[in-house]
Design a protein around this ligand. Structure first.
Ligand SMILES: Cc1cc2nc3c(=O)[nH]c(=O)nc-3n(C[C@H](O)[C@H](O)[C@H](O)COP(=O)(O)OP(=O)(O)OC[C@H]3O[C@@H](n4cnc5c(N)ncnc54)[C@H](O)[C@@H]3O)c2cc1C
Length: 338
């Protein structure tokens, strides 16, 4: 384990921002993690844990220690006729983990294929796509409290999972380092292909005999068609969450905007497609300097060149103001702004 100084984070964040970390360390095994936490004498005031940096917007140099988690390994912990408990180290690439499951014919994470980032970050915002969320297969996780050094296991009901949210994005933010994630995958063939995008990609009848590998490949194809590749266009996926509103608010908006794209969550709670709101404010495909939104999906904010984190932040604040002015709805960033 080597602690480096003044390290460029350009290759460690999917916006491709060339900011620096005062101190930087890559942790490749769990002993490194424990050793790092013993280095109290360094008195790092600030510490940030990162995986793939695909959900972070750095607005300035980081005046503290960045610990990149690169621990690797997947293993089966136990299995029965129906399902299998798999443990994965936090630094595994999420998509490599999905591939591991698909190769072992384990069902449950195929809709989450190709989401960038690491296994350790997946519970932080309860990653989700195409009608599936991490919490659907989540069993528990292990990690270390970075203030006390205490090792702890969190069971599903303790993680406060919600839409793109968990205890690790809330009260334990920057306080708990996730080292291992344990998921329960199914041996039984069952798919969740209700999401709209699947219908337009699958021919009638194709759904019936589809295999696990085919579903995973289909998800990858849809994602490659719809989302910009961060290697070409720096981005962090959806910049904002889809806002939730109550029934009165959705009724009011529906009267004013007949085509508003929204989903019912409960009788009293509705979600509005943030991309639709942004598009209706004229921001789809709009650029200001080096920053803009993706022409096929207004929810994705792109660094088109040498944008700074602050330029990106200012641009996203313009979007928030425009949406609030037109619809009276607050957009909350999904991305972690540092
Ligand atoms: C093109 C693109 C598409 C995307 N599509 C989706 C999508 O469909 N669905 C979705 O949910 N997300 C999506 N995202 C967002 C991103 O992929 C996920 O949030 C992912 O889980 C982030 O993983 P990461 O390792 O890059 O985390 P990072 O960006 O490195 O970190 C994210 C947060 O987690 C914390 N963290 C990271 N690792 C640990 C750890 N081991 N212990 C404790 N805290 C940790 C960090 O401190 C930070 O607060 C997309 C991003 C991109 C660029």
């Amino acid at each position: 384990m080597e602690i480096q100084e003044n390290v460029s984070l350009k290759k460690y964040n999917s916006f491709g921002l060339d900011v620096k970390a005062k101190y930087f360390v890559e942790l490749t095994n769990n002993d490194d993690v424990k050793e790092l936490l013993k280095l109290d004498d360094l008195h790092y005031a600030k510490r940030l844990i990162i995986g793939g940096g695909s959900n972070i917007l750095f607005t300035k140099d980081y005046d503290g220690l960045i610990a990149k988690i690169s621990t690797k390994g997947n293993k089966v912990l136990e299995e029965n006729d129906k399902d299998v408990l798999v443990e994965s180290c936090a630094g595994e690439k999420w998509n490599d983990f999905v591939t591991y499951c698909v190769e072992k014919e384990l069902y449950g994470v195929e809709n989450l294929s190709l989401i960038p980032g690491t296994v350790g970050a997946a519970p932080v915002q309860n990653i989700g796509a195409y009608g599936a969320e991490l919490k659907d297969v989540f069993e528990s996780l292990q990690g270390i409290n970075i203030n006390t050094g205490e090792e702890k296991t969190y069971l599903k009901n303790e993680c406060k999972f919600d839409y793109r949210d968990s205890i690790f994005k809330g009260e334990l933010k920057d306080k708990f380092l996730i080292t291992k994630v344990i998921l329960r995958l199914s041996k039984e063939k069952k798919f969740n292909l209700n999401y709209r995008a699947f219908q337009s990609y699958l021919k009638p009848g194709e759904q019936k005999n589809i295999t696990l590998k085919q579903v995973s490949e289909l998800v990858k194809k849809i994602r490659r068609d719809k989302l910009p590749n961060p290697k070409k266009y720096g981005n962090a996926g959806s910049f904002f969450k889809n806002p939730e509103v109550d029934k009165d608010k959705i009724d009011e908006l529906h009267e004013r905007f007949e085509d508003i794209v929204h989903f019912k969550v409960t009788e009293e709670k509705y979600k509005i497609a943030a991309g639709w709101l942004i598009e209706k404010c004229g921001f789809r495909g709009k650029n200001i300097g080096n920053v803009g939104t993706y022409k096929r999906q207004a929810l994705i904010v792109i660094n088109f060149g040498e944008a700074t984190g602050n330029e990106i932040k200012n641009f996203t604040e313009q979007i928030q103001n425009a949406v609030h002015k037109k619809f009276g709805v607050n957009l909350i960033p999904e991305v972690n702004i540092i």
